[in-house]
Design a binder for this molecule. Structure first.
Ligand code: ADP
Length: 398
């Protein structure tokens, strides 16, 4: 295959991130990256920078809706100032039970994935919207969906299956996991020396953790949706179902319909809980660390809950893997929050995990375990766009 520019699209609730790679036979060169951020506000941000970090576009446009935001991206990429994409890869959290493979996007496939919006309710609506817009605004260019659930497809049935009545399992209710493209990128970066027993903690605004054996997912913390698993910025993580029933009954007292009650419960569990819910202050780790310095007890409790839960999951994954060779931290908190890494590892000495305080005092890629640690502990930033480009190139060749 000759070299061609591949556009990677990664859409969130208030932003669209993108990058363009020149992809040839083994070559992957990032040409530009950018984002439209602050969708739904009068003064958003639209920027594009080159591979050296030089800003080529730096604007603060009004971004009333997604249509305006994505048109800015499409117009810039059609302007002739940047390499026009010849293929597009879309990051997608979940395609539901019937769309498990990364593949060529057709309008029918978008409809099918949209029918499983309940499997990633905060992510799917914007992703399918951007796919439809990309088919319209970049006619004649092949589009591919790259799924976060793809990496987790190797989990054994015992990890995937949920303890629910069979009729719901038959509707596709099971553990799918998320952040799969990030996990895949960590395994990719560790090649050719992928440890047999690996745990990766992707700690960002959304947070999850995976047990990986010989490069393949064995288990992961997120469940049917990204709300399950460990506590994260605004999400509960795993919780006694009785808590959700208690809250649902409270909400039902004033809800206008069953679906209104379900929507409100979803807001509570996914947008108002987690670090934000416990701290009553912020879902942003930097704010919480600042507040802790000022003696804020609720911020302290929220962060303790976060690190304690992650340590518990690491312990259970070590049991599942029957040992551990390497622990990797990634994501905004995993890469940058020195204190969280230290707090998570503090009580894990019995499992052979020992940090070196000086080595841990870094932001970005590093080995942070001590010489005597039985487990290597590393910080590795994810390379998600690269993985998406790799899949697009593979699928174009088929
Ligand atoms: P997302 O899941 O939205 O992609 P990120 O991976 O960007 O999120 O992670 C966002 C989180 O990373 C926030 O909680 C933020 O506070 C945290 N973070 C980013 N930089 C730092 C830093 N220097 N110190 C501590 N936390 C940080």
């Amino acid at each position: 295959m000759s070299s061609l520019p591949v556009l990677v699209l990664n859409s969130g609730s208030s932003s669209i991130k993108f990058s363009v790679y020149e992809a040839g036979n083994g070559d992957r060169t990032k040409l530009v990256e950018g984002a439209v951020d602050g969708i739904g506000t009068d003064q958003g941000k639209f920027w594009i920078k080159d591979a050296t970090g030089k800003k080529l576009v730096d604007q603060t446009p009004a971004l009333p809706n997604r249509a305006v935001a994505f048109k800015l991206v499409a117009d810039a990429l059609h302007s002739g100032d940047f390499p026009a994409p010849k293929a597009i890869g879309h990051r997608m959290v979940s395609g539901g039970p019937t769309v498990q493979e990364n593949q060529f996007i057709t309008p029918a496939l978008i409809d099918e994935m949209e029918s499983y919006t309940a499997f990633a309710p905060l992510h799917t609506p914007i992703a399918v919207y951007i796919m439809r817009e990309a088919l319209r605004l970049f006619p004649g260019i092949p589009n591919f969906v790259i799924l976060d659930t793809y990496f987790h497809r190797t989990m054994p049935e015992v990890a995937k299956h949920m303890p629910i009545p069979a009729e719901y399992a038959a509707m596709g209710v099971r553990r799918y996991g998320a952040h799969g493209v990030s996990y895949e990128s960590i395994v990719y970066q560790l090649q050719p020396n992928v440890p047999e027993k690996l745990i990766v903690a992707h700690l960002g605004n959304g947070a999850s953790i995976s047990a990986i054996r010989n490069g393949k997912c064995l288990d992961t913390s997120m469940g049917l949706t990204p709300t399950g698993g460990i506590i994260s910025g605004t999400r509960t993580g795993d919780i006694d179902p009785g808590v959700l029933l208690f809250i649902l009954r409270k909400i039902a007292e004033t809800a206008t319909s069953a679906s209104d009650a379900a929507d409100k419960l979803e807001v509570v569990a996914s947008k108002k809980a987690g670090l934000l819910g416990v701290s009553e202050l912020s879902n942003d780790m930097r704010d919480l660390r600042d507040a802790i310095k000022e003696g804020n007890a609720k911020a302290r409790l929220a962060v303790d809950k976060f690190t304690w839960t992650i340590a518990k999951w690491i312990g259970s994954f070590v049991a599942e893997l029957n040992g551990l060779d390497m622990l990797v931290f990634t994501g905004g908190i995993g890469e940058n929050d020195i204190a969280s890494r230290a707090e998570i590892c503090t009580d894990l000495g019995a499992l052979g995990i020992l940090l070196d305080a000086q080595r841990n005092d870094v932001r970005g890629a590093a080995t942070i375990s001590s010489q005597t640690s039985k487990v290597t502990v590393r910080v590795i930033p994810p390379a998600e766009d690269l993985i998406i480009v790799n899949h697009v190139v593979r699928l174009l060749g088929q």
